[in-house]
Design a protein around this ligand. Sequence first.
Ligand code: GLU
Length: 360
Amino acid sequence: MSEESALRERLGRSRKVIVKVGSKSLAGDAWQRLANEVRALRDENREVVIVSSGAIALGVQRLGLKSRPRDMSWLQAAAAAGQSTLMQRWEAAFEPVGLTAAQVLLTHADLADRARTNNAQSALAALLEAGAVPIINENDAVAIDEIKFGDNDQLASMVVPLVGADLLLLLSDVEGLLDDKGQRVSLVRSFAKDARPFAEGSKSGVGTGGMTSKIEAARRATLAGASVVIAPARAPSVIARVLAGEDVGTLFPAVLQRLGARKHWIAFTLRPKGALVLDQGAAAAVLKNRSVLAVGVLGVRGTFGAGDSVSLFDVSGREIGRGLVQLSAVDAARAAGRKVEGEASPEVVHKDDLVLLPEE
Ligand code: GLU
């Protein structure tokens, strides 16, 4: 058996599946087709979480707007009007197959807060235990540009560690990732070689992010321990086919050594408020997962407080990791590079709060 078939076959063992579906793919009988597929997954004792776009698109119709508005408050209005219709569509599709939908609306501010993240995690776990199907969307009515997830591909990648999913399906209006000849890439072994070069050329046209965003979401999700498949939402029984190991869409296999949920959160959910530039010794220490001491800090950028997340750069300008700082930017700058005879250099980032970013 080829490596790819083995990886594909392994998808059948997935216990917790996140299905992210884009706005353009939600029309006509799409809700019912997906509900039927979710029913089949539940019958196989798999847990399912849906990340559903579509609020703004439905709200635009409902409010009788001619096109998608640009103005933030009008987008928020459309999302508010559309979210309830979106849930009605899911409920109507779930009803005949005996599934229970549960709406969960999240903002990035919720997930950037550890306590709120833990609450969301417990609520989702309880919903799954109760046999319901959480339907997650961004709380667009209160989200503004600066605090948005980016798009629902990113949101879905942040939900992976939250529920401990082992498979993320990104369903959209494309066959998968297409290479420079327009051929579907069926397996991505290396993001740098097999995915990124084709990111721009294969705009999916869906939602806000397109293929670049999907690839980034896939990277984050695979680092959290889930395999990811980008697949065409309109293909009949697409979910069942992926789980049966068929050659459909583009597969990004999960990494073997996943990041724990907290480290993943530090690396990918939090947004760095600043940066530390490290000397060679400190960078080498970071790569061995040792704490960052002020003496090894060459420079401090941005304004951050103790507990905020920062990027860690080596002297060549490569971002080698991220971490939570113990000192504010002002204090870190004051202590940077200083060596006081007989005194230990203060710790700027403790090793437990440090995450190494893989090269690609
Ligand atoms: N939250 C948006 C909506 O429901 C969709 C964002 C996206 O598709 O990326 O309309």
